[in-house]
Design a protein around this ligand. Structure first.
Ligand code: FPP
Length: 271
């Protein structure tokens, strides 16, 4: 029975029924307002464990199924020509989980990179990892570094994977870096402005986050992209991450298009 459950999860990761990058005229994109798409979308991929439990499977099978979802959402983001897709894979708080689940996740990330890097490269993706990467297994750090190097000159979607990431931790690291430069006399503290701070974060070079999507019903930010999401719109859905389809992602794009973004100002009708 266990073999059957795990077998199902592993064959999910192996793919098989591959989802191709949807083209501009794909039925998936019917009714989409292309002029009102977010440029940078961030996703909290929640509910893997709950989904697996609901299927009578181990929590870890939910993570394996979540990889397939991630592959499909990345392909959809490429089809939409988003500037950036940033996903929360492992938080600084996730170390509190059972050791077996943590090591399963580390192996899953490693396997994912091993299997997917070449295809992402062919799809012109620029991968980048956010977080305190030195806290991750050495071999995984090397794989991450190699993947970033391979794709550094690509010009397509920026695919940021947050691993051992916490928004507060990222801000502290940026402050430490700037304070160090100020202490060395390399920097005048009065010159620190929003642009300089932004450039000191792991997401340097990315546009601000326009839309944060969180699956599985909870409505919180969970220490994700605290600075970058300052003016983001939020989209919450009860769908668990393994069942979050390209159609669900496009529904979030349509919802975003309907938002009145004022950035603290007034909209045109009220001027
Ligand atoms: C949250 O679900 C999910 C995670 C902590 C891990 C996310 C990892 C993946 C989606 C795997 C793919 C990622 C990469 C980069 C290959 P949960 O376990 O908190 O679910 P629950 O809230 O139902 O328990």
């Amino acid at each position: 029975m266990l073999k059957k459950i795990l077998g199902k999860a592993v064959s999910t990761l192996a793919g098989g029924d591959d989802f191709a990058i949807p083209q501009h005229d794909s039925p998936l994109f019917a009714g989409l307002d292309w002029d009102k798409l977010p440029r940078h979308v961030a996703v909290i991929m929640d509910g893997n464990g709950r989904w697996a439990k609901g299927q009578g499977m181990l929590r870890t099978a939910g993570h394996t199924a979540g990889v397939k979802t991630l592959k499909n959402i990345l392909k959809t983001a490429i089809g939409l020509k988003l500037d950036a897709l940033t996903v929360y894979a492992f938080s600084t708080e996730n170390w509190k989980r059972p050791e077996t689940e943590v090591s399963f996740l580390m192996n899953l990330f490693s396997e994912y990179l091993h299997k997917e890097v070449q295809e992402m490269h062919e799809d012109n993706v620029q991968i980048h990892f956010l977080g305190r990467l030195e806290g991750l297994p050495k071999s995984l750090q090397q794989q991450m570094h190699d993947a970033e190097e391979l794709m550094k000159d690509n010009t397509g979607v920026k695919f940021n994977v947050a691993a051992n990431y916490g928004g507060q931790d990222e801000i502290i690291r940026a402050v430490q870096s700037l304070a160090g430069k100020a202490a060395n006399g390399e920097l005048n503290p009065a010159d620190i402005d929003e642009a300089m701070f932004d450039n000191s974060l792991d997401t340097a070079g990315n546009l601000p986050v326009d839309l944060v999507i969180r699956t599985s019903g909870d409505m919180r930010l969970s220490n994700f992209l605290l600075w970058q999401a300052a003016y983001a719109e939020f989209y919450f859905t009860d769908v668990n991450w393994p069942e979050f389809s390209p159609e669900c992602f496009v529904a979030a794009m349509k919802d975003f298009a309907s938002r009145d973004r004022r950035f603290g100002g007034l909209n045109d009708n009220k001027k």
